[in-house]
Design a protein around this ligand. Structure first.
Ligand SMILES: Cc1ncc(COP(=O)(O)O)c(C=O)c1O
Length: 368
């Protein structure tokens, strides 16, 4: 056995090191500089948006958007239950009311239940859509529902860089989209994020808030308090190197998903149904029971292979006890039966054969 196989480690076999050195040599070891500007231009092209603002994390991007949308105690924020807590964390901190919605079979939000949530929520409302595990949401359908019920719509595309639904790139849905470049994402800057939008007003406000809301004068002048959320030029250099390999990364992730077909061939269970245009960030296997899920996770752990259950739905999280939930059976079932499998871009043949051996041994032992 040679080393742990991680779920989705960074893949930095490219120009990352030389671009970081270039950033050092240029003297821009700071949260501004030419690589940040270039990174933002590339994100605009990737998202088909007019503006991109790079920030320190996906969570920071969601926090800044929450400010731009005036999310506060009078707002109800509607979000899928099956997601990472950061989707709603900033809204929660701002005192918003939350409401969660169940998934359809792909794990993404269930549209009829989203409509029910929107229709039964009075007053100011915002829907934060999520492209779960890089499976792009149908933005047109979500936007039409949000328009009908007077809700603002933004897309949390943290997991979906490079995905596209019917030609609409991840992040292009609604008023603005959010990306994460955390170390486990398909494109990383070690830690980072971005807001992408067509609104000049939102882009300018995100930029200003992320730099302590400093006024454009010689001295430090503040008419409001902002945040220190900017991305560093060094990290943007890593991001640029990563983006230059995006086509390759997406191809390898798709191949990984295909390789898992033979790893699990003839075994019980199924894969989480795919969505055309997904980026295959993580491959998810659905087992027959929670007991089988935990057994497979333990068997892979014994072979030094990292896996993780599907997101625990937010309506089951103690911190959100009592939050209104629309439906719930589907995402609860996906959590009980779903395992995220190692899906890194740098996975080797021997990684796959170690995983296959552990999987087959697990099922052989169950039969005997
Ligand atoms: C759906 C979702 N939203 C938001 C985030 C937050 O991104 P970050 O870790 O960059 O703050 C993540 C990722 O980690 C995520 O998976």
């Amino acid at each position: 056995m040679s080393g742990r196989i991680f779920l989705s480690p960074p893949w930095t076999a490219g120009e990352e090191r030389s671009l970081v050195e270039e950033a050092f040599d240029s003297g821009y070891v700071a949260p501004c500089g030419p690589f940040v500007d270039r990174f933002e231009r590339e994100l605009e092209a990737l998202s088909a948006r007019r503006y991109a603002v790079a920030v320190s994390s996906g969570t920071a991007a969601l926090d800044l958007l929450a400010d731009c949308l005036s999310i506060g105690p009078r707002t109800t924020v509607i979000a899928p239950s099956l997601t990472f807590i950061a989707t709603v964390g900033p809204s929660f901190h701002r005192g918003a009311q939350l409401a969660f919605v169940d998934s359809c079979a792909t794990g993404n939000v269930d549209m009829p239940l989203l409509e029910e949530a929107l229709a039964s929520t009075p007053g100011e409302k915002v829907f934060i859509g999520v492209d779960l595990y890089g499976r792009p949401l149908d933005y047109a359908a979500a936007a039409a529902l949000c328009d009908r019920y007077g809700a603002k719509f933004v897309s949390d595309s943290a997991e979906a860089v490079g995905a596209a639904f019917c030609g609409a790139p991840a992040g292009s849905g609604g008023i603005a989209g959010v990306y994460s470049f955390n170390g486990n994402k398909i494109v990383t800057t070690s830690g980072g994020g971005a807001v992408v939008t067509d609104s000049a007003e939102i882009a300018a406000r995100v930029r200003k808030l992320s730099t302590q809301s400093r006024e454009n004068v010689l001295w430090y002048e503040h008419r409001e308090a902002g945040y220190n959320y900017r991305m560093s030029n060094i990290l943007a250099a890593i991001g640029l190197a990563q983006l230059s390999k995006l086509a390759r990364i997406l191809a390898v992730r798709r191949e990984n998903r295909e390789r898992y077909e033979s790893v699990f061939a003839g075994l019980p269970g199924a894969f989480l149904p795919g969505v055309a245009g997904e980026n295959h960030w993580l491959t998810v296997r659905l087992l027959d029971s929670v007991e089988e899920r935990d057994g497979l996770i333990a068997a892979l752990e014994a072979a030094d292979v990292e896996t993780r259950p599907v997101w625990k739905p937010l309506h089951l999280q103690p911190v959100f006890a009592g939050v209104r939930m629309f439906g719930g059976g589907v995402c609860e079932d996906l959590f009980r039966r779903g395992v995220c499998l190692p899906s890194g871009t740098g996975m080797s043949d021997s990684d796959f054969s170690r995983i296959e051996k552990a999987v087959r041994r697990f099922y052989d032992n169950r039969r005997t």
